[in-house]
Write a protein that binds this ligand. Structure first.
Ligand code: ZN
Length: 392
């Protein structure tokens, strides 16, 4: 009897032994290139112990991870990137996986672990912050100072990078649709005299919600449009909807509250250092005081103007704008709206959202809405001829 127990014990020890050697596996590695940093993300099946440091001549960023195996061959990485030349790994000592990022320049570092959420596993995020980009940006900023009487429109493409946003039945990602429409809208705006667009996101990388607000403010924008696409379980649901920021204490519509919670979760999915994340879905400190009520009213006007135009290029889900507490609408000194272009969860609408022609129509609708809004506000005195010449 004793020997049977002994044998079972030995068998059990052998079974769990490999688990002790490797506490975690790296199942995927992704790289996202933003203008001021490069983000490297490791998908893990478990919490890890890790350390990030830099080595010089040549410049390298080293990530030592304890008791972890690299199960992924990081060959599919989008390399080279403006910062990362190559990624390699090895086992410098027993129980340590060393990932080495060969970098082109000296970089700042920021790293954090994200807990599993929204179908995402444990993730280790390592951001390589470009010092040169920072210095370069200042001169760009001076060059791009707002001219007198110039109208600046901030165009915010929702989601990006780690955060795909909603995903269509056939796999179309919200982050791609929003970026395409945003770029098209920016191109229309930039073709008009006296108007300039500022793209809040320029590529496939994540921009935290509060950072978007900061960028809108920094651009001294006169108006902000945040572009999204919605998704629900029922595949037949379709139509655009437009949202503005709700004042604190105002009972918002249930649909709008649920949508705001979904959109506000972007930070957790996209990857923001836990302490910088907006945890409270009601988002304290968005609205300073009631002096900002004017911009709430003008946001309402802008939202109505957007609905009128969206109706011309497709269906709309609700006849009036809805309100909720969206973090990204926090730049409330200016009229700001969040537009859900359509339901990406509807395969028919998904196909439309994917088409460049339809994206152009949507972008034109958003442009016309902004133009009409400024006209109503008496801020735009554009020559019709100039507009027409550019419109074709
Ligand atoms: Zn969205």
């Amino acid at each position: 009897m004793k020997s049977l127990w002994m044998r079972l014990f030995v068998f059990f020890c052998l079974m769990i032994a490999p688990l002790h050697v490797y506490a975690a596996d790296i199942k995927d590695v992704r790289l996202w290139t933003a203008p001021d940093h490069t983000r490297v993300v490791f998908d893990l099946n478990h919490h890890i112990d890790y350390e990030v440091f830099s080595l010089h001549s040549p410049e390298r960023v080293v990530i030592d991870i304890k008791k972890t195996r690299m199960l992924h061959q990081p060959t599919a990485l989008n390399l080279p990137d403006p910062v990362v030349k190559s990624l390699r790994y090895g086992i410098p000592k027993k129980g340590v996986l060393r990932v080495v990022l060969d970098v082109k320049e000296k970089v700042g570092m920021r790293s954090f672990l994200l807990k599993p959420m929204h179908n995402k596993p444990y993730r280790l995020v390592v951001d390589l912050l470009r010092e040169q980009a920072k210095a370069g940006k200042k001169s760009v900023k001076v060059a791009k100072q707002k001219a007198a009487h110039e109208i600046v429109i901030a165009v915010d493409a929702g989601h990006g990078g780690e955060d795909p946003g909603a995903i269509g039945y056939n796999g179309l990602k919200e982050k791609d649709v929003t970026l395409h429409v945003a770029r098209k809208l920016a191109a229309i705006i930039n073709s008009k005299p006296g108007m300039r667009a500022v793209l809040i996101r320029k590529g496939d990388y994540f921009v935290p919600l509060k950072q978007r607000v900061r960028l809108v403010r920094k651009a001294h924008a006169d108006l902000m449009i945040s572009i999204h696409a919605d998704a629900v379980r029922t595949r037949t649901v379709k139509g655009a909807s437009v949202y503005t920021l709700a004042e604190r204490g105002v009972t918002a519509d249930k649909v709008a509250v649920a949508l705001a919670a979904k959109e506000n979760a972007a930070d957790a999915i996209g990857g923001v250092m836990p302490e910088a994340r907006v945890d409270d879905p009601m988002v304290r400190n968005i609205l300073g005081d009631m002096a900002k009520r004017d911009s709430l009213n003008s946001s309402q006007l802008l939202a109505e103007s957007v609905l009128v135009q969206m109706k011309k290029v497709g269906t709309i889900k609700y006849n009036a704008p809805k309100r909720a507490r969206f973090v990204v609408l926090g730049a409330l000194e200016i009229p700001s709206v969040l537009v859900e272009l359509d339901f990406i969860s509807n395969p028919k609408q998904e196909r439309k959202l994917k088409s460049a022609k339809h994206q152009q129509r949507l972008a034109t609708a958003l442009f016309k809405a902004s133009q009409n809004f400024f006209r109503r506000m008496g801020m735009l005195f554009m020559e019709h001829s100039a507009t027409k010449a550019n419109a074709s």
